[in-house]
Design a protein around this ligand. Structure first.
Ligand SMILES: [Fe+2]
Length: 193
């Protein structure tokens, strides 16, 4: 069984940057709950889940992806706060990190082993994609509506919808990891020679 301690170790560095200890605990609890519901039992299993089924994930797993997206969004947010003399909006960094760590937590319900050594979309994932199942998990666990917005609206479900600035930053960081892989598969990514 995957416990709080396992999740704390996986995301140690980013969790330590969340100043609100209650929020930090809730983030960890959502991951534990999602592992339980998705039937994931060990950290090894977690580290093998591909971050996407929509294109060749090139062995980038869901944990690596979650950390890369959260760090990327943090960089985007800091670039604005550092360089704008008069920022037109505030960026809530606790919310940004918590939302980054949770943006794809619904994939623990959406993806399942195919019993042939690979992975496939689960029945639950066919009923509700990860932004929806993730948003439900996050809301159930008492996280604020703004974090529900990050999870619910970080992907195509959020197109044209009202979003917090943290949602925008997570969306951009997420697609900056996804689009190059899609382009790579189509032969459209210009590579170093
Ligand atoms: Fe993602």
């Amino acid at each position: 069984m995957i416990k709080e301690k396992d999740i704390e170790e996986l995301f140690e560095e980013l969790l330590s940057k969340i100043s609100d200890s209650e929020l930090r605990k809730k983030v960890v609890n959502v991951w534990v709950k999602a592992c339980e519901r998705g039937g994931w039992k060990t950290v090894e299993e977690l580290k093998n889940i591909p971050f996407t089924l929509l294109t060749d994930s090139r062995d980038i797993n869901l944990i690596e992806h979650t950390i890369a997206v959260t760090e990327g969004a943090l960089g985007l947010g800091k670039a604005q706060t550092k360089n704008y003399a008069e920022p037109p909006y505030k960026i809530n960094f606790d919310r940004l990190i918590a939302g980054g760590l949770l943006h794809d937590v619904g994939k623990l319900l959406e993806i399942t082993p195919d019993n042939k050594g690979g992975y496939r979309k689960s029945r639950s994932g066919r009923c509700a994609r990860h932004p929806i199942s993730g948003a439900i998990l996050v809301a159930e666990s008492g996280l604020p509506d703004e974090i529900v917005n990050i999870v619910a609206c970080h992907a195509k479900e959020g197109e044209g919808r009202p979003q917090t600035v943290e949602t925008v930053l997570i969306h951009q960081a997420d697609f900056s990891t996804f689009n190059p892989l899609v382009m790579l598969q189509k032969g459209e990514l210009i590579l170093e020679e």
